[in-house]
Ligand binder design. Structure first.
Ligand code: UDP
Length: 415
């Protein structure tokens, strides 16, 4: 299946008024009216797993509710294609990867196949991340405005992979990065729009305490010890082994438990291998719980995040980390690495604690375990920071303004 299943949104755009204010929603309607009759098409490589799918599953129905015909398609490919694009992903994040000429050829072959199979109804096409980036090669035949929406921190990319991709990126009308720190020298317009969460989704809505307890029981978890949680795809760049190391340091002084919850994504063939490494490293420690979550576990993830005492994101590289946004919205103290887009969310010692090493993470965890009031204060600030900057309504506004600016060839003017 290439087209997103038509998912009836359970929420109405008006339901966001108590969270962001009525005038904000009216402003969105006004902007959307200016684009009525246009079709927005999103293309990425998976409907489930990871941040891009998470955002699109909420953004697409809301844009449709605002009266803009918005579609979501995915490209398809064999496992080998996704092995190549995972190498691209890692290399763009600055990790050393061996990418061969055969890999580039396979990437282009799969792009060609998708070009012949996909439909392109969009007037405005948002192409997400590197996997579908070379679809632009048929822009002249297809028409429309093309925007490359890059969710990766490409501030220090492997130059071979970046030079290869750049030949395609320069043909886009614009590129959107999650942080101003990711900009590259390009002859096209660059916009900045951080990702966002939907506060009314199953992942983020408020749950009843008894539902949370039932979900914890399902996973064999209790609240008898403070819970440190990291939710992430099993990916080496999320540093699950570093999380275990930090936990082991902390556990020498504090009774606590660690939960590593994650799943796999169909466009990430490495995850099974990493999950096995993590299980082996945990070595049967009864205070370390490794949960392999199926897709569609949103309520379960919400329950784990809500029940957690501290949430970690000890990534080695990171685009933005929606897991942090989700944690802050639940007013949780967060310990996270100062990489990629994370410092946009974690203002050190104000909306959470930043760390630069395993020892630094352990130090921050100890501070929070010893002083729960400090954690509550950070969590409260974090929630307000998310309300101001990282809710889906803001991302919708950014996209609408960006499209209007491109259509009219003007700079973005905030109303
Ligand atoms: N996620 C999930 N199930 C999992 C692991 C992650 O639903 O087993 C979600 C997580 O809650 C977040 C998104 O996937 O909404 C991950 O986005 P993030 O930006 O943190 O990382 P990415 O996976 O895109 O690198």
């Amino acid at each position: 299946m290439r087209k997103a299943p038509a998912k009836a949104s359970k929420v109405n755009i008006r339901d966001y008024e108590p969270i962001v204010g009525r005038s904000y929603i009216e402003e969105l309607r006004m902007l959307a009216d200016k684009l009525s009759g246009k079709t927005i098409q999103n293309i990425n490589s998976t409907f489930v797993g990871g941040g891009v799918a998470e955002i699109l599953s909420h953004l697409v129905p809301l844009l449709n509710q605002l009266g803009i015909d918005t579609r979501w398609h995915i490209i398809t490919g064999e496992t080998q294609f996704f092995e190549v694009t995972k190498k691209f992903h890692n290399a763009l994040h600055g990790k050393i990867e061996h990418v061969s000429d055969n890999d580039f050829a396979l990437f282009l072959e799969t792009t060609e196949k998708n070009l012949s199979e996909l439909e392109f109804p969009g007037d405005i096409l948002f192409i997400h991340d590197p996997q579908p980036a070379a679809l632009i090669s048929k822009k002249k035949d297809i028409g429309g405005k093309w925007i490359w929406r890059c969710h990766i921190d490409i501030s220090h990319p492997d130059s071979k992979v970046w030079q290869f991709l750049k030949q395609y990126i320069v043909n886009y009308d614009a590129v959107v990065f999650s942080s101003p720190n990711f900009v590259q020298e390009l002859p096209i317009r660059q916009f900045f729009a951080p990702p966002s969460i939907d506060p009314l989704s199953d992942k983020n809505k408020e749950l009843l305490p008894e539902s949370i307890d039932a979900i914890l029981a399902k996973y064999g978890l209790t609240r008898d010890k403070p819970m440190i949680l990291q939710v992430s795809r099993f990916d080496r760049l999320k540093d699950p082994l570093g999380v275990i190391q930090a936990f082991e340091l902390v556990r020498k002084n504090f009774a606590c438990q660690l939960v590593l919850a994650g799943g796999t994504a169909s466009d990430d063939p490495e995850s099974q291998e990493v999950l096995e490494e993590v299980r082996e490293r945990a070595g049967g420690n009864p205070d370390i719980h490794i949960l392999s979550m199926p897709p569609e576990s949103d309520i379960d993830i919400n329950a784990l995040q809500t029940a957690a005492t501290i949430i970690m994101q000890k990534s080695l590289r990171e685009g933005f980390a929606l897991t942090i946004t989700e944690a802050l919205w639940k007013a949780k103290p967060v310990v996270a690495s100062a990489v990629g887009g994370i410092p946009l969310q974690i203002r050190n010692k104000f909306t959470g604690l930043l760390c630069h090493s395993v020892e630094g993470a352990a130090y921050a965890l100890r501070q929070l375990l010893a002083n729960p009031d400090y954690g509550h204060w950070l969590g409260h600030n974090g929630r307000e920071h998310v309300r101001q900057h990282f809710l889906i309504t803001r991302e919708i506004k950014d996209y609408l303004l960006m499209i209007l600016a491109l259509e009219r060839n003007e700079d973005i003017i905030y109303l």
